[in-house]
Design a protein around this ligand. Sequence first.
Ligand code: DGY
Length: 322
Amino acid sequence: NSVRPRVFVTRDMPQPAIDRLKEFAYVDLWPAFPAPEKHELLYHVSQADALLCMLSDPIDEEVMAAGKKLRVIANYAVGYDNIDVAAATRRNIAVTNTPDVLTETTADMAFTLLMAAARNLIAADRFTRDGFWIAWHPLVLLGHDVSGATLGIVGLGRIGQAVARRARGFGMRILYTSRHRNPAAEAELGVEYCSLEELLQQSDYVSLHTPLMPETHHLIGAKELQLMKPTAILINTSRGNVVDQEALTAALQDGTIGGAGLDVFKEEPISPDDPLLELSNVVVAPHIGSATIETRTKMGMMAAENIKAVLEGRRPPNLVNK
Ligand code: DGY
């Protein structure tokens, strides 16, 4: 009777994923709503053969060193900038992510933010509830058209392309910039390649879809925001640090750009006292790009399959180590 492998899961998740893990492992499920503190993470990882963690759990060399038996780190996200993958590779620990299953859901969120920011939806909701609707008026809560406007997509990967498909339906002109030009996507989606500078200058809406890497850290800073139209709206569903948040706050305060729709922040959770949250031209959400029951379930199942594969000595379907 061999001992079951042990999986530390750093947050509760949809039940089908937990049930799947229980079929082949002992599940050590973190019981609280907030994340485990570092010392708690170290303790639980020290017992574990596998770690199923969130994008908000920093998994560094120290965590891996604590995981004497650790064989796989399955991130419950497509982005894995929270994990020191090079350190994991040196230690022969597999790192996996959850691509594809969240592509459409995250693109929906980018479009939700875009529409909400373009049409002042959050302000309109408050206005209605707070009793300010005393008459229909031609000048109340005017936004900007989405239809016929130009959308700039920064990073034409899976999610960027899914956003482009939505934008086509809205009759937008679509520009993109990316590490590599993608002629197939240009033909299929009718997107036009250009430099980041041109994209920023010409777009009414700019949506960010790059992973966070040293090359994309603060990709959008004061200089880039200056290039944007004063009416332009910046949408970020990627990672907070792709944008210089102080520069963005200043640009929104002084009218350098028109607005923003943000699902991600420099520090998460963002402090309720952050000056960004005082601005009425910003729509915010607490990193919920993939937050649907269907997608969060699929992400959990995918993480479970990745863990199972490694524990059985197979190559996991979504390995990210180089
Ligand atoms: C990801 O997957 O990287 C998102 O940020 C959370 O789903």
